[in-house]
Every structure is written in C-alpha cells, then in structure tokens.
Design a protein around this ligand. Structure first.
Ligand SMILES: CC(C)(COP(=O)(O)OP(=O)(O)OC[C@H]1O[C@@H](n2cnc3c(N)ncnc32)[C@H](O)[C@@H]1OP(=O)(O)O)[C@@H](O)C(=O)NCCC(=O)NCCS
Length: 117
C-alpha cells in the first residue's frame, strides 16, 4: 500500500551558489558515502549530483509528511545507486520501503519518492 508521495524540484544555479558561498552546503546535505561519490565527480555532473540528492531528500521528507527537520535531517537520508545506476533510499541506516526517481536537465534537478507501508 502506498503510504506517502513526495516531489521536489531545484535549480542547479541555486545549489552551485550555495556550495560556492559557504563551502559547507554539500557537507550539510550528503552522507559520507554520498560525499565519496560527489568527490569523484567534476564540473556540471558534480552540481547535478548534489542537486539531485537535495531534491531526493526533500521529496522523501514530503513523502514521510514531516519535511526536513530535527527528526529528519538531510544526513539521516541516504540515496545510493545500485550497480545499474538505479537509486536506492536509506533512512537512519535502514533500507526504506519505497521508491525514488531522480532527473536533471542543464538547469534543474527533480525527484519523486513513493513510500510503501
Ligand atoms: C517540506 C519541505 C521539504 C519544503 O521544501 P521547500 O523547498 O520549502 O518548498 P517546496 O516548494 O519544495 O514545497 C512546498 C510544498 O511542500 C508541501 N509540504 C509542506 N510541508 C510538508 C510536509 N510536512 N509533508 C509533506 N509535504 C509538505 C506543501 O504542499 C507545500 O506547498 P503549499 O504550502 O503550497 O501547500 C521543508 O521541510 C523545507 O523547507 N525543507 C528545506 C530545509 C532546508 O534546510 N533547506 C536548505 C536550503 S539552503
């Protein structure tokens, strides 16, 4: 049974500026495993990855119905690709029963999450 859905869209420029300005935005959003992937990327693909994770985490928080907050930090949520590239969701170290899909263009990234009960 579907227990929640969440959708989020974000501008790549905004994400790139946030990271350039503070140098801490990626660390605030990404887990250690995600950071390792992020650091292996460069240029546009790097921003795309960060923006996609940000959108995915906001979409997950909406599907949960809590939003991002004390009980659901960005780093509580982890989105790791399977060998095929398909992203898989984890929350506080456990596999999430549900699905995530991420997309990007030159200007935006978006993500959709569906949770199962
Ligand atoms: C829910 C959350 C993810 C909304 O994100 P947002 O980027 O501010 O807003 P969006 O435009 O993507 O989404 C807004 C919609 O989310 C929905 N929403 C709000 N709270 C929600 C909740 N608890 N559960 C599910 N959906 C929720 C609403 O439908 C809202 O639209 P509406 O007010 O017109 O009905 C919120 O937890 C949040 O603001 N997180 C950002 C926290 C943060 O630290 N950002 C860093 C930026 S530098």
């Amino acid at each position: 049974m579907i227990s929640g859905i969440g959708l989020d869209i974000v501008e790549l420029d905004r994400i790139a500026k946030l990271e350039e300005k503070s140098g801490k935005f990626a660390a605030r959003v990404l887990t250690h495993s995600e950071t390792a992937i992020y650091r292996s990327l460069s240029g546009h693909r790097r921003t795309e990855f960060l923006a996609g994770r940000f959108a995915g985490k906001e979409a997950f928080s909406k599907a949960r119905g809590t939003g991002i907050g004390a009980d659901c930090n960005f780093t509580d949520i982890e989105i790791i690709p399977e060998p095929s590239g398909k992203p898989r969701l984890y929350f506080k170290g456990s596999t999430v029963s549900g699905f995530i899909s991420i997309t990007h263009t030159k200007k935006i990234a978006a993500a959709q999450v569906i949770l199962e009960a």
